[in-house]
Design a protein around this ligand. Structure first.
Ligand SMILES: CC(C)(COP(=O)(O)OP(=O)(O)OC[C@H]1O[C@@H](n2cnc3c(N)ncnc32)[C@H](O)[C@@H]1OP(=O)(O)O)[C@@H](O)C(=O)NCCC(=O)NCCS
Length: 211
């Protein structure tokens, strides 16, 4: 005979929390470690400062960025901002690590700009360009944004003359939507940016299934 069913008063019943809310609660209190083959993404922390500041000091990287870190003080301020923004559910920034190297080789982030919309940004040290790091790192970041962060639309703004980054962005399946006039303002110049988007409902290209 089955045990009698207990009938609890409403105040004792477990409230059902939507899955998306649970996931959001988890990532905003601390980012998980994401692994794709030899590539690992970990929340940016103090120890990554020297490698990331050095990365943004390289002319080949700096000239494509609108807000490169100038030094340790700016990096510390960024770290404080990024933690506070993560707690508010607005930012997830990862340092990119490769097996066998001690220092971070780059960073990648999703910055929530509107409900369900986030901007994706990335930079890698030139020593790993073309070495199969970008694709798994970007795939891990996109999967995290579409999953735990509950993002529907990822946007990327890439300099119209930044041919390497344009090709890399297409490789993750993002589609170009148009030209943003003089939207990329760097230390030395103004230049057009191409706006790309990737939706959670877009199919993923076969090549991006790496990792
Ligand atoms: C953008 C970035 C993260 C991409 O990483 P990466 O390792 O260079 O990317 P990949 O090598 O996987 O892909 C680049 C593609 O561009 C191609 N490419 C290189 N130079 C090119 C050029 N001049 N014209 C067209 N395609 C070019 C490469 O052949 C490669 O395609 P393939 O894999 O089909 O051969 C890296 O180049 C970077 O950090 N750049 C500086 C910072 C930056 O521009 N960030 C983006 C701003 S949002």
């Amino acid at each position: 005979m089955p045990p009698p069913r207990l009938s609890l008063p409403a105040s004792f019943r477990r409230r059902r929390v939507p899955k998306a809310t649970l996931a959001a609660r988890r990532w905003t209190s601390g980012l998980p470690i994401l692994r794709r083959g030899a590539v690992t993404l970990r929340e940016i922390e103090e120890a990554d400062g020297p490698a990331i500041v050095a990365l943004y000091r390289l002319a080949r990287v700096r000239r494509h960025m609108s807000q490169p870190f100038k030094g340790a003080t700016e990096f510390d301020a960024f770290l404080e901002w990024s933690r506070a923004s993560r707690l508010k559910g607005r930012y997830a920034g990862f340092a990119i690590h490769v097996a066998g190297t001690r220092k971070a080789v780059g960073m990648i982030y999703a910055w929530v700009t509107a409900r369900g919309v986030a901007e994706l940004g990335y930079a890698l040290h030139p020593s790993v360009w073309g070495r199969g790091v970008f694709l798994p790192a970007a795939r891990a970041m996109c999967d995290f944004a579409f999953g735990a962060m509950d993002i529907h639309r990822l946007e990327m703004r890439v300099g119209a003359g930044n041919h390497r980054a344009l090709a890399a962005t297409r490789k993750i399946g993002a589609r170009a939507e148009g030209t943003l006039r003089d939207a990329l303002i760097t230390e030395r110049s103004h230049g057009d940016a191409i706006l790309f988007s990737l939706l959670s409902s877009d199919g993923r290209p076969v090549r991006s299934a790496v990792g």
